[in-house]
Design a protein around this ligand. Sequence first.
Ligand code: IMP
Length: 433
Amino acid sequence: MPNILVVGSQWGDEGKGKIVDFLSNDATVVVRYQGGANAGHTLVISGKKYVLHLIPSGILNKKICVLGQGMVVDYNEFIKEISELSKLGISTTPENVILDENAHLILPYHLIIDAITGKEIGTTGRGIGPAYIDKIARKGIRAKDVGSMGLEEKINKNVGYRNHQINFYLTDEITRRETIRTLCRKNPFLEQFIDDNCYIDAKKVYNDLMEKKQLFSLFIRDAKPILIEAASRCSLLAEGAQGIHLDIDNGSYPYVTSSNTGIGGALNGLGIYVDFDYRIGIAKAYTTRVGEGPFPTELNNPLGEELRQKGGEFGATTGRPRRCGWLDLEVLKKSILASGINYIAMTKIDVLSSLNSIPVCVGYNKSEGASEQPCYEYQNGWNQDISNAKTFDELPTNCQKYVKKIEELLKTKIGIVSVGADRDKTIVIKELN
Ligand code: IMP
């Protein structure tokens, strides 16, 4: 197998988890390189549904799975995920799950601050932004810091700063108490970290980490030698979370996540250089977005609702309804440039099956003073169930034409087409070799 990078080429939720699970059969190591439990990969294997937030999707294929140094890992979520996978009979031991020692930890105060400050962006509330802020400010707590000298002091300082921030955002006592109580009602887990005055209690945060450290510290080590070995044997599969349009530098700033979701994030988040043979962009056959921010081809009408229902477009992490719209080739072109995508896996094309005509955005109209309007080209629909097709030739002619047209306009090979959620509903047009 070649070394492969998988990135989301829209605003996340493109179906990376399914494709990584499919491709991981031939990999020895699957690594995630950025983000945290804001991601939610839904996998369906033989009709059984799995949702993963932190651990790479390769775990179901019994691969060595690495949480790379670029990730921000909520240790409580990590403990929960490995124990749930074990209950399902999926092995999660320090031999096959490795948490890189340089990865930063998400502590409960990051979740509290995210809940208070993340509304404008519509964050997932998983503490991602606040944890990356600490990392960049050089105040973060890395996996390898757990149990080290001075940790309690560091947590004390971080919590002190966060309590100042609470005062900045919730300026009077009544607002503070009400907001913190509401937040704890929504997420009762957080209540144990709040003191009587509705501030974050540093001692409780520290004690929780110390009590639980034996449940995850065995998984922590330097993952780089494992990644180097896999890359040298051409069997490394790197998995991104979110999509390139949520990238902190390449996305629709400020409506983005707090990490680099594309190839830049991959190289830094792995900590080793890999000349990926395939840089696979996952593209849904239409477009979705959760949270705030621009979305030129959004459908605020019954057709959008139809796509949402047919595609099951509800967030795997937050359950929020996803905003739905037509495929936007300008979005994909930007991602191709930003991450050097040389192969596309198109997902959920089956969701378009009942349409007579399918609009595809091929550019924008930029008239002076007005906002940009998408320009559409219309492709003929196929109006028949395609979910049992096993080869490209078995797809209806108009469906084949849809794929070929997009390939031609993007000048990038569409090598995989996915026609359903299950692992076996994947059509390979071009083998990865
Ligand atoms: P955060 O990553 O939780 O800070 O959220 C920042 C933005 O990224 C928000 O608009 C979220 O809805 C979006 N986002 C984060 N993770 C995902 C994901 O896995 N899929 C889709 N959108 C996401």
